[in-house]
Design a binder for this molecule. Structure first.
Ligand SMILES: Cc1cc2nc3c(=O)[nH]c(=O)nc-3n(C[C@H](O)[C@H](O)[C@H](O)COP(=O)(O)O)c2cc1C
Length: 323
């Protein structure tokens, strides 16, 4: 059997194959973050093939909302509608995950109705540096968001620590120039807040899986490096993160449009220092390439985003090609 189609058991969850639908914002929610029929239809189509579907980033509080029609997870009122989403995904045979996010300094005034918050004002214009007390309240929002995800029946919760959003902003020396124990030159300080959030979220997910989307590099000589992210990944593993999902940080998710597997080398490096499964991503279109990186032990799971969005039968087509 092709390596891409070997099942993988992670904790209590069995994945039918190694293909993941990575989180991709669809802008198909209502203005206050509620799923719409269109969103349900989208995930129904998208969940027929992959082993795991990670639902797009959902905002943990209103000040962390990135775009007008982003999915929300900031209130208990959303749980019932989110349950329908996890049911749809599971009924199609995929494990269901949902990503939870606070966009921090990347938020726009016109979406959040006020100034955005960030670790420091070193990078984003016109942002409010967070106080330690405010950070505590954001941590509570992540905890409650994770509790809602579990209540809504998702098999896994993914904390968003990539693409230059709040937790990625804490990790990067370019965006985090705080002078307290949560920032500055020292990696230990920059990791502190993301790790505190992960620890707290771990306590509420119980036997559900905890994923972390790790923006492993800023792709900038002044920024976060893969070497630093290796140290961080080992800390994530110690806390009990079940799967590490590698992408970029301040570089964004699509820095290198022409090269298939552009974040696979970073994923491979992270995988060499941890024992938990690692997801690789970046411009992957060809089944034979996806199969090869699993076979060669570069990654455990392969995220195919835009290509599956274009062709929801990508997994079936890959089976025909590889088997
Ligand atoms: C329209 C769109 C929306 C995205 N939204 C998210 C998101 O909500 N969370 C996230 O972590 N990544 C997001 N991404 C990044 C994807 O998860 C993925 O890493 C990226 O598209 C590269 O994979 P691909 O080349 O297979 O599409 C988004 C990408 C696209 C194209």
């Amino acid at each position: 059997m092709p390596h891409l189609f070997t099942p993988l058991k992670v904790g209590s969850v069995k994945l039918r194959n190694r293909v993941v639908l990575p989180p991709m914002a669809t802008e198909k929610s209502s203005n206050d973050g509620f799923p719409t029929e269109e969103l349900y239809e989208h995930y129904d189509k998208q969940s027929k093939g992959p082993g795991m579907v990670i639902v797009e980033h959902s905002y943990v509080n209103r000040k962390g909302k990135l775009s007008s029609n982003q999915l929300g997870i900031y209130s208990d009122k959303l749980v019932k509608k989110l349950s329908k989403l996890s049911d749809i995904i599971r009924s199609n045979g995929a494990a269901s995950a949902i990503q939870i996010n606070h966009a921090g300094g990347a938020c726009k005034q016109k979406v959040i109705g006020g100034k955005a918050v960030a670790p420091s004002d070193a990078y984003f214009k016109d942002v409010e540096p967070l106080t330690v007390e405010e950070m505590g309240s954001i941590k509570d929002d992540f905890i409650q968001a994770a509790e809602r995800a579990v209540e809504a029946g998702f098999d896994a919760v993914e904390v968003h620590g990539a693409h230059g959003f709040l937790l990625g902003q804490f990790m990067s020396p370019m965006t985090n120039q705080r002078d307290d124990e949560y920032g500055g030159e020292s990696l230990e300080n920059r990791m502190r807040f993301p790790l505190e959030i992960v620890k707290s979220v771990k306590e509420v997910v119980g036997d559900k899986l905890l994923l972390y989307r790790l923006g492993a590099t800023d792709m900038n000589e002044k920024g976060l490096t893969v070497d630093e992210s290796k140290v961080f990944a080992k800390e994530l593993e110690k806390i009990g993160v079940d799967i590490i999902d590698i992408s970029g940080n301040l570089s964004g998710s699509r820095p290198d449009k022409d090269r298939q597997g552009y974040f696979v080398p970073a994923a491979e490096e992270i995988r060499s220092v941890v024992n938990v499964p690692v997801i690789g991503v970046g411009g992957i279109t060809e089944p034979s390439y996806a199969d090869e990186i699993v076979r060669d032990g570069k990654v455990d799971l392969v995220a195919v985003g835009r290509e599956q969005w274009k062709n929801p039968d990508w997994v079936d087509d890959a089976k025909k090609e590889l088997m």
